[in-house]
Design a protein around this ligand. Structure first.
Ligand SMILES: Cc1cc2nc3c(=O)[nH]c(=O)nc-3n(C[C@H](O)[C@H](O)[C@H](O)COP(=O)(O)O)c2cc1C
Length: 402
């Protein structure tokens, strides 16, 4: 899987918070995604975690002192500020929040931030009382006014033993926000994108449902890929075991009719609707409002009625639609027919005759069919890479931004 962090120059500022140890995890994840990471430690951070940890993870020198440059060019802050595609400050103390907010330049980190044109992602952390302090909150607002993306702090258990709002946002979500910032000027910038995901559930009684084997991974990958290309994404998701992706609106639904209501309410304003969710074709004709007991009946047969196909009802002045067809036989014929019947611009045909190769898997093998009859068969690839190939095809259908 290749994300937009690959090959990017990221400056990671680490400040004197007890959460500084989590910056090592963040660094390792950034490096794994292919970023070149230059770490700047504040003097306080250096007392909590050593530069050697970051040097070991990044294979690069770590800047700790404005007046003891590590690069040949003499001025680390200027070199780093210029080279940076993105600056992240995580964790960011209340002190450094104040210093950035007020334009101070009294160490390598704050001087680099003043001197850069790169986007800045700031993740504050500290004890709960700090982040209800009016001055700290006003400083955070200043950071937002300056155009920085401030993420967290989050609610949870803190190092002090308090439960409250001071936790550093989780490193894997910070990575996602970083990708979102890097994609701000992408080919989906300013586009509203709706993605459906997961397998809908149709109730039989209060404890039993009819559902399917969709894991939601393809839909989540599409939502993340669209976010990383600048889109404003709404993910309409049936229950899955996946964590919520960062940097998008999440609408949780259960049944096909919930999903239908959520999606149809948004289409008028949307540019793209992609529907990898596995929606139930049938639902129980009647739902018992109490648990059906084994002893109640000698056997149980379920009468099912059809869920109406609502994709044709999803319309909007700018809406481009991508349907998905999971088939076990005559894949391409069935998918092409579905595309004609549903009036979508693209359909992604997915052979599920070997369900273990698709459901829950990290990879997928699909053929993309377009409304002119063109077919593109992709090799087996990571679902995130498949998502980007689908978005490459869909972008050409979008109307001129207006
Ligand atoms: C063990 C320890 C943990 C600390 N954790 C935090 C923290 O999580 N958040 C915070 O705002 N300050 C925290 N502080 C206070 C900061 O280290 C202090 O305000 C310092 O001046 C911050 O400097 P810096 O912003 O340049 O890194 C902590 C201090 C100590 C001694």
């Amino acid at each position: 899987m290749t994300t937009n962090l690959n090959g990017k120059n990221v400056v990671l500022g680490v400040t004197g918070s007890i959460a500084a140890y989590k910056a090592a995890d963040l660094t390792s994840r950034l490096v794994k995604e292919g970023a070149r990471v230059n770490v700047i430690l504040t003097t306080s951070a250096s007392k909590l975690i050593g530069p050697l940890t970051f040097a070991g993870l990044t294979h690069r020198q770590v800047t700790t002192d404005l007046f003891e440059p590590t690069s040949d060019m003499g001025m680390d802050h200027i070199t780093l500020a210029k080279q940076a595609d993105l600056i992240i400050v995580a964790p960011c103390t209340a002190n450094t929040v104040a210093r950035i907010a007020h334009g101070e330049a009294n160490d390598a980190l704050t001087t680099t931030i003043l001197a850069t044109e790169a986007p800045v992602l700031i993740a504050p952390a500290g004890d709960a009382h700090m982040f209800v302090n009016k001055t700290v909150l006003a400083n955070i607002e200043l950071l937002r006014d300056q155009g920085h993306l401030v993420v967290g702090p989050m609610e949870g258990r803190l190092a002090s033993g308090l439960i409250g709002g001071g936790r550093l946002e989780e490193p894997d979500r910070l990575i996602q926000y970083a990708r979102q910032l890097l994609g701000t000027d992408g080919d989906y910038a300013g586009r509203r994108v709706i993605i459906t995901a997961g397998g809908t559930q149709e109730a039989i009684d209060p404890v039993r449902v009819i559902t399917n084997r969709s894991s939601g991974k393809m839909g989540y990958a599409l939502a993340e890929a669209a976010r990383d290309r600048g889109a404003e994404v709404t993910l309409v998701t049936a229950p899955t075991s996946l964590p919520d992706p960062a940097g998008m609106e999440i609408v949780n639904v259960v049944s096909t009719s919930d999903m239908r209501a959520a999606v149809l309410s948004m289409c008028a304003e949307a540019d793209l609707l992609a529907m990898p969710a596995a929606v139930s074709d049938f639902r129980p004709a009647s739902v018992s409002n109490r648990k059906i007991k084994k002893g109640d009946l000698p056997e149980l047969s379920l009468a099912l009625e059809k869920n109406e196909d609502w994709l044709p009802l999803a319309t909007g002045p700018r809406l481009v639609k991508v349907a998905f067809a999971a088939e076990t036989e005559n894949l391409l014929e069935n998918a092409a027919e579905k595309l004609r019947n549903k009036g979508t611009q693209l359909i992604v045909a997915n052979d599920v005759s070997d369900p273990d190769a698709v459901f829950g898997s990290e990879t997928n093998t699909v053929t993309i069919i377009d409304d002119a009859g063109g077919q593109e068969s992709l090799p087996t690839m990571d679902k995130f890479d498949v998502a980007n190939r689908i978005l490459d095809r869909a972008v050409v259908y979008l109307s001129a931004p207006g």
